[in-house]
Structure formats: C-alpha cells, structure tokens
Design a protein around this ligand. Structure first.
Ligand SMILES: O=P(O)(O)OP(=O)(O)OP(=O)(O)OC[C@H]1O[C@@H](n2cnc3c(O)ncnc32)[C@H](O)[C@@H]1O
Ligand SMILES: [Mg+2]
Length: 223
C-alpha cells in the first residue's frame, strides 16, 4: 500500500493530514484532485459516515482510501452539532422553519455551510449558557478496497470549551471558538504542529498508525 486516496474535500483536514502522514511513506492523493465528488453522509454516527466516505472514494478510484468524519459535540446541546457540524447553521434554519427538531440526514442535501455561519450559529445557541464544555471527535476509516471486510478504524477526542469571541487565525472550522483550558489558547491560536499533537485528528491518526504497524501495512511491511 503506497498510494492512498484521502476521502475528504475539506482543505483544513487535508493540510493537517499532509503533516500527520508525512512520516509514513504513503502518497496521499486528495479525492478532489482525482475528480471524486463528495460522498453522501446520511448516517447518525461518525463511524458510519466515515466508512461511507472511504468506500465511495475507493470505489471511484480503485485505490485504498482514508476518510475522516469529525465534529464538535457540545454538552449543553446534548452532543450537537455532532454529525451535523459541517452544516450546523443550515440544520438550525431547517429546524426553525419546521418549528421543531428536524430529522434530516446529518450530511443533509446541501453543501457544507461556511465556517463563519456555523460559528455564529453555535455562539447563538449557547447565548446565556454557563456550561461551555465541548469536545471534538474524529473517527478515521481506512479501506484497502471498496469491499474491504476489515476496515481499519481509529478515533480520538479533544476536550475544551466554547468561547463567544473568536481568537486566532490558524486551523479551520470551529477552532477560533474552541478553548483548551489547560493552555488558555484556542485551537486557532496553536501552530499546526501543536494542534496535531493534541487534537482529536492527531490522536486518531496516531492510533491508526499503530494499527497499521500491527498489521504490517506501513512502509516497512507494505502490503
Ligand atoms: O466530509 P469531508 O469532505 O471530509 O469534509 P467536511 O468538512 O464535510 O467534514 P465532516 O463531514 O467530517 O464535518 C466535520 C465538520 O466539523 C468541524 N471540524 C472537524 N474537525 C475540526 C477541527 O479540527 N477544527 C475545527 N472544526 C472541525 C468542521 O466544521 C467540519 O466541517
Ligand atoms: Mg462532510
């Protein structure tokens, strides 16, 4: 296994993966560069969505594929945005229009919202809320073929708090509003290396690499 398709269209994730995977000796090809369109993400769990994305990219390219499904889970919101993180502001608009909690599929019909719209929505959702606890969650799925009977799975979490006022220019998504209390910085105030060292994605990636090593699938014993 030398070439792997990265089953993501998110430029922020792509940047982080490029650094995380550099030591592995794998050539990582973004699916967008291979003309693979975004997969449907219709499921209520991160795991199912990641598996769907990995299979979709592997089927389209004939290559092994790595997918990431991730999001921010806020205690006071019962774990939401969760799997709806990429289109949280649209989700909340749909709920407001329906006058109740919508039952739309997590990936929804439309494209992801802008980070600014999602962040503004999250801040509005937490207005007057004292409990600011939240965590990022990431699950990674690697399939060697679209019908791989043994997908390799790893996950990671990163705990913090949601800030009303954004701080920092690094990272992507909800990072300017995600405070890591132990260092007093937001995820967007960390440099890329520091974020990868402690983030949900960094943790999941290191766990995945461990699984690959166990299975002899890294450069040393590539399949
Ligand atoms: O599905 P792909 O193509 O990978 O790209 P996406 O942006 O739609 O990705 P997800 O479906 O996994 O949605 C995850 C959302 O959660 C947020 N998110 C995930 N990881 C993050 C991180 O490290 N920092 C900030 N926000 C993050 C961000 O808003 C993402 O759009
Ligand atoms: Mg997505």
């Amino acid at each position: 296994m030398r070439q792997v398709v990265l089953a993501s269209g998110n430029a922020g994730k792509l940047r982080e993966f490029a650094a995380l995977l550099a030591p592995l000796g794998l050539e990582l090809l973004p699916q967008t560069a291979l003309g693979v369109p975004a997969a449907e993400e219709p499921f209520g769990t991160f795991l199912e969505n990641a598996l769907a994305k990995a299979r979709h990219a592997s089927r389209a390219t004939g290559l092994p594929a790595l997918a990431d499904d991730s999001g921010i889970c806020v205690e006071a919101l019962g774990g939401r945005p969760g799997v709806w993180s990429a289109r949280w502001s649209a989700m909340r608009r749909e709920e407001a229009a329906a006058g109740r909690r919508a039952v739309a599929a997590p990936g929804g019909a439309g494209p992801a919202d802008t980070d600014a719209a999602n962040n503004a929505q999250l801040v509005a959702d937490l207005q007057g809320q004292a409990d600011r606890r939240a965590h990022y969650y990431c699950v990674l799925v690697l399939v060697r073929s679209p019908d791989d009977p043994q997908p390799i799975v790893a996950d990671g979490s990163w705990y913090g708090e949601v800030l009303d006022a954004p701080r920092g220019a690094g990272g992507f998504g909800y990072d300017p509003h995600f405070l890591i209390p132990s260092v007093g910085l937001t995820a967007a105030e960390l440099d890329a290396e520091a974020k990868n060292r402690s983030s949900h994605r960094g943790r999941a990636m290191r766990a995945l690499v461990e699984r690959l090593r166990e299975g002899g699938l890294t450069q040393a014993g590539a399949a």
